[in-house]
Ligand binder design. Structure first.
Ligand SMILES: NC(=O)c1ccc[n+]([C@@H]2O[C@H](COP(=O)([O-])OP(=O)(O)OC[C@H]3O[C@@H](n4cnc5c(N)ncnc54)[C@H](OP(=O)(O)O)[C@@H]3O)[C@@H](O)[C@H]2O)c1
Length: 229
């Protein structure tokens, strides 16, 4: 029997690396992307799981690299495409403070680039395969009563909106998700995060596996609860 395969964008460290490890535990094979030529935690995973992890390179901000990856993977069929890559900025910076360059960096990385990846690579996804992105609870407009992290919130809310447009246009045949992993202790989440990676990612992967066979777009947290848009 052929094992299912996930194409996981942004798997060098943090939540993306943990997702790769968890999918391997579930018996999936992983094609994971990293930036640049350096050795990452994904390379360690590949060494430990001979033949089950393929490593590709992609900076999601570079359209030429997205096109090159699509060409290299032509003919492959993936059971899931998940874009995890993302960045943050200084969380206390308000929309009034942020420089245009910094605003553009966060919006292009978190909102435009994941959608470019999905638009370009979705022909490689099986008809019933899942298309997902790592959003954030901070992307919920309805839940934003606290403020803070204004630019990051805006980028994830924009990502959510672009996924809704994509789902409306592409038709709802694929199961699609925008995921909120919780506040997790990673390089991005910092040491104060509420959850360890082990408290978030195995649950999040179970939510993705449970979404199989359920077409249409949902905004879900790591426990499978619907997040208000
Ligand atoms: N941690 C949290 O509490 C939390 C909460 C909600 C949502 N999220 C979201 O979860 C995702 C992963 O977060 P994390 O906590 O694991 O962050 P992280 O530890 O900072 O890791 C970020 C990942 O994104 C990759 N990346 C960043 N820019 C990229 C680009 N231009 N092209 C390709 N890859 C790029 C990084 O690759 P390099 O190693 O090459 O830099 C790394 O693999 C992000 O989308 C984040 O917004 C995190």
């Amino acid at each position: 029997m052929t094992m299912p395969t996930i194409l996981l964008i942004g798997a060098s460290r943090g939540l993306g690396h943990a997702m790769a490890a968890e999918f391997l535990k579930k018996g999936w094979n992983v094609v994971g992307t990293v930036r640049g030529g350096g050795r990452t935690k994904l390379h360690e995973l590949a060494d430990a799981c001979a033949g089950r992890v393929e490593i590709e390179t992609l900076d999601i901000r570079e359209p030429d690299q997205i096109a090159a990856l699509r060409d290299r993977l032509a003919g492959r069929v993936f059971d899931m495409l998940f874009v995890n890559a993302g960045v943050t900025n200084n969380p206390s910076e308000t929309i009034g403070d942020v420089t245009t360059d910094e605003f553009v960096r966060v919006m292009v990385t978190n909102a435009l680039s994941p959608m470019r990846v999905i638009e370009s690579l979705q022909p490689l996804v099986a008809a019933t395969g899942i298309i997902g992105v790592m959003s954030s609870g901070q992307g919920s407009i309805a839940n934003n009563t606290m403020g803070l992290r204004e630019v990051y919130r805006g980028s994830k809310a924009a990502l959510n909106m672009f996924m809704r447009s994509f789902a409306a246009r592409a038709g709802a045949q694929h199961p699609m998700v925008v995921m909120a992993p919780g506040w997790v202790r990673t390089d991005m989440g910092g040491p104060e995060g509420r959850l360890s990676i082990d408290e978030s990612i195995p649950n999040l992967v179970n939510v993705l596996l449970a979404k199989q066979g359920k077409p249409g777009l949902e905004y879900l947290d790591y426990l499978g609860n619907a997040v208000p848009w």
